[in-house]
Every structure is written in C-alpha cells, then in structure tokens.
Ligand binder design. Structure first.
Ligand code: B12
Length: 175
C-alpha cells in the first residue's frame, strides 16, 4: 500500500514499497555493527495537552536505539525552537491527537523554517492530525510542502512505516 506523506530520510523507495520494515536492536545495525546513537526530540504542538502519545513514542524510539528528549505537552513554538538549538537532535518528532495538529503543525514548521540554523534538521509529524480523526488526502501533501519530511497519520501501517523511517535515519555525525 502506498501511503501519501510517509517518506524515508534516505530511501525514496520506502514510499512506494510501503510495508518494508527494518528491525534494529538498540545501538546496533542489522549486520551487528555499531553506529553512533541518534538523538530524537519528541514534542507536540502548543494547543495539545495529551501526554500518553508522547510517552508511547518515546518508548518506541528508545527501542530503536535512540536517545530521546521528550518536551511533554503544550509546547509553545518558541520553546521548541530553543530546545532544538540547545539539544541539537538528529530528528524532531511532532505528535498531536487533539485535532489541531494540522493547523498547528503548519504554523510550527513555518516558524522553524525562519531559522537558518535549523535548516538541516528533519521534522516529522503524526497522530490524529484533523478534527475528523481520520486521514485526509490533502493534509500530508500540505504538511510536506511546508517542510515536514514525513507525515504519519493514524492508520494501521503508520507505526511500521515510522519505525522504518527511523531505522534509516543517519545521526548528525554521519551526515
Ligand atoms: C485521555 C484523553 C484525554 C485527556 C488527556 C490526558 C493526558 N494527560 O494525556 C484529556 C481529558 C485532558 C483530553 C482532553 C481533550 N481531548 Co482527548 N482523549 C483522550 C483519549 C481518551 C485517550 C488518549 C490516549 O492517551 N491514548 C493513548 C495513546 C498511547 O494513544 P494515542 O493518543 O491514540 O496515540 C497513538 C496514535 O495516535 C499514534 N501517534 C500519535 N502521535 C504519533 C506520531 C507519530 C510520528 C506516529 C508514527 C504515530 C503517532 O501512536 C499512538 C499509539 O498508537 C482519546 C480517545 C482515545 N480513545 O484515543 C481522546 C481524544 C484524543 N481527545 C479528543 C479531544 C477532542 C479532546 C479535547 C479537545 C476535548 C475537549 N473538547 O476539551 C481535549 C483537548 C485538550 C487539549 N488542549 O489538547 C479527541 C481527538 C479527536 C480527533 N483528533 O479527531 C479524541 C480522539 C476523543 C474522540 N474520539 O473524540 N483528552
């Protein structure tokens, strides 16, 4: 199945091959070699008070051998920008489930794109991004156009695609 909006950091085939999942044990490549630990910043948007989605994502990302900085709920755009500058993550994962993720995400990524120091930093977004709770054909395209590298709206395949995306993410020192 081809999911609109879900893209790979290094492998454009992931979009068309859909379910290809890569299993990685913490700190090791599938061939057993070591790679530098990647740092992932987990956040939500300013309006969103839900927290278990963030805890869940933190656990998923840690299982894939990454260090996580979790900013918790209701993160103002400016705080997120300063956290990116302070922590220098390899990836920012934005999760939102309250229905405003699409609008807040567009505003947030525009704010981020004003900072040239963050131009190299990939952002992805996922969860329940609209008020309808389902998927919308235009939302991922809009979010990708605005600057997100991946959009993972709630559906049965989104977590597996996200894991594949993360498994292929290079750390800053490998770029
Ligand atoms: C608990 C809860 C609350 C609590 C939150 C407490 C807390 N400390 O977290 C409270 C009571 C505060 C709350 C408030 C509101 N809530 Co609420 N809440 C829920 C509820 C019941 C459970 C959410 C939860 O914790 N799930 C467990 C976590 C682990 O799962 P999850 O959130 O679904 O996240 C999963 C996926 O979305 C996905 N995912 C999420 N982000 C990402 C990111 C990436 C990259 C990927 C790959 C995957 C991914 O992975 C997660 C695991 O599968 C849901 C209904 C439900 N059953 O889901 C409604 C729900 C999320 N809430 C909803 C709403 C509307 C609200 C309010 C607006 C209600 C209101 N009118 O006030 C407010 C918003 C407050 C705010 N400012 O954000 C709606 C959202 C509707 C939508 N988006 O379509 C839901 C779906 C209820 C419903 N069916 O209408 N809520």
């Amino acid at each position: 199945m081809n999911l609109p909006g879900a893209v790979s950091p290094t492998d454009p085939d992931l979009v068309s091959t859909g379910h290809r999942a890569v299993a990685v044990s913490p700190g090791a490549e599938p061939d057993g070699s070591r790679r530098p630990r990647r740092k992932v910043l987990v956040t939500t948007v300013s309006s969103d008070a839900h927290t278990w989605n963030l805890v869940f994502l933190q656990k998923v990302i840690e299982e894939l051998g990454c260090d996580v900085v979790n900013l918790g709920p209701c993160v103002p755009d400016d705080l997120l920008v300063s956290a990116c500058l302070e922590h220098r993550p390899d990836l920012v994962v934005v999760s939102s489930v309250n229905g405003h993720g699409h609008q807040d995400g567009l505003r947030l990524i525009r704010r981020v794109s004003e900072r040239s120091e963050l131009s190299h930093l990939p952002f992805v977004i996922g969860g329940k991004l609209g008020m309808d709770g389902g998927e919308d054909e235009d939302r991922p395209a809009q979010l990708l156009r605005a600057g997100f590298r991946g959009v993972f709206e709630d559906n049965p395949a989104s977590l597996s695609l996200f894991r594949s995306f993360l498994a292929q993410l290079p750390s800053g020192s490998e770029l």
